[in-house]
Ligand binder design. Sequence first.
Ligand SMILES: Cc1cc2nc3c(=O)[nH]c(=O)nc-3n(C[C@H](O)[C@H](O)[C@H](O)COP(=O)(O)O)c2cc1C
Length: 216
Amino acid sequence: MTYVLGVLGSPREGGNTDMLLDAALEGAAEAGAKVEKVRLGRLNISPCTACDGCADGVRCVLDDDMASLYPKLEEADVIILASPVYFYGVTAQMKAFIDRAQLFWVQKFVLHYRSKKRKGAFISVGARIRTDFAAAEASAQAFFFTLEATPSCKLTFAGFEEKGSIADHPTALSDARLLGKELAQSAGPMRCPVPRRSMGMPIPGLGQNPPGPEPE
Ligand SMILES: Cc1cc2nc3c(=O)[nH]c(=O)nc-3n(C[C@H](O)[C@H](O)[C@H](O)COP(=O)(O)O)c2cc1C
């Protein structure tokens, strides 16, 4: 059974990113996957200290809640990272989590371990109508590359600030549900239309935002 792990980087529970992630996980569950959601805002995850304690590729020596997430990441067939844009990047909670994947980076790039191929998706929301998702996407993409989850999908929505306002978008939640379903269903590696230049694989028709003027 496909195991889909959703990682919520927003500290605002019930907010826009949370709603989108829930919809994606519901779609995956509908497709028969085993789904699990972790809320980083409830966990104590320290930033990486570059101590080189993971140089042997065995474990991260920092003693916090990340210890319970390493086995989940290893087991996951699909990883969905969901974070709003904060100051052009992912949230601090999500960045600390991503940086702690350094253990997997050492395993892959230093020790040349082989790990299973996974699928990944990045879900994000920003308040500005022309939100620049590039920095947030780049962090997610680096994580997915390290975890063998490339190419990845992305689903981003600009122009949503108030808690729950993503429900006003005509298709956002159904888009997320479809994304989860596709991730859980489609067999084999995903195809990416522009593998080297694209930050992810936009699914045609998904993540479209209505055009509008920038408020500033
Ligand atoms: C600390 C902070 C920084 C933010 N920085 C940005 C930003 O750089 N660009 C942007 O478009 N929105 C920014 N926002 C707005 C959030 O991305 C937006 O409100 C989003 O809908 C929040 O998602 P959530 O409901 O899942 O928490 C910021 C919000 C906060 C609290």
